[in-house]
Design a protein. Sequence first.
Length: 446
Amino acid sequence: MKSFAIPRMAISLPLAVLAAAFLIFINEASFRKSTEAAANIEEAQLTRGAINKLLQHMLDAETGQRGYLLTGEGRYLEPYNMAVADIGQNLDGLRQLFTPYPQQLAEFALMSRHVSRKLAEMDLSVRMRKEGNEDAWKFVLTTDVGQEHMEAIRLQSAKLAASSVTKMEQGQDQIRRTLQLSRIGVATMALAGLLAFYMYLLQTKALLASGRREQESLQRERDFLEVQVRERTANLAELATHLQNVREDERGHLARELHDELGALLTAAKLDVARLKSRLAGNLPEAAERLAHLTNTLNSGIALKRRIVEDLRPSSLSHLGLVASLEILAREFEERSGLSITTDLETVELGGSAQLTVYRLVQESLTNIGKYAEAKQAEISLHNFDGYITVEVKDDGKGFKVASVGAGSHGLAGMRHRVEAAGGRLTVTSTEGEGTLISAVLPKTL
């Protein structure tokens, strides 16, 4: 088989090279001739278009001139003047097109003289009309001089247009011949392609076998990478859950520190201020006023401390339960933000971590509403079903495109991970101008 393949390759390779060289030669020759023919056709079309424009402008100028002569209204001079200006540009363009062709240039020169005479005749009548020489311009108008010039212009234009048509036909014939030459080249290349195809069939089986081996190797690599991706994803999810738990532990520790240490300091300071106020109130009115202001400041600090502690670790969850905690959260947020918040909360059976997940979900949703939604109303609902619970936070704000939320939106990503870590599913539904709905489904855990 190998001893037979060497002579076949030795014959087919030079044949393919000769066929390719022949096709390149034919294509290059066809390209040059087609380019020249196309340029000639384009030039002929430009020439015909310029001649037609010249005739049209002459007619426009004559119409404007006659309108002015008959009515004496200056508005007819505007199209006349515009047409005269365009005629000069048309003549310059035609002169450039006919410069390489002496015979056509001579015909054009004759037509240009007739155009100049016609323009001179129209200009003379217009000037006499402006000067009030009624007999003179009427005499010019009634003569056949202008008509003779126009007939001569049309005759010369027809001759020049006929020469352009002839050039266009010659270009079309040239393109037709180049297409025939290309057909010969394509037929030759088709024969060479048949020979190459025969060789290709001999190599197809080996290439297919090699392709199958490569596909199997790539599939093994993909399977291995997918296993690694799943493992890394699971590790990252575990790490994120661990970091979330660590964060909650840190927040709980900080809340206890603030409650025990800072709370005790603020309470002691408030008691000291109360004692000072009782002793100095009657003697120093100004001091009593300052002490009252200090008492209000300490009360604000104690309230701020209480709010920070509740944000860090809501004590109401362990003392009052999830429903009461959500009611308190809604009322406090309503007072701070000015939104109107309605609640529809049912008692649910959830473990401590799941309750904290629901609380954080509602807390983060309200925070996002206050920052971005520009809403006036919000609704919080919590419903109990067999085996699972649902929680929803809805607003009537400006909404957003859910598809445009990128990976940098850590708030939504954090909520989604927290819900999924608890075995639930989070859904975000929003339309621009129609508000946003955050809903989660969580399994019941004890």
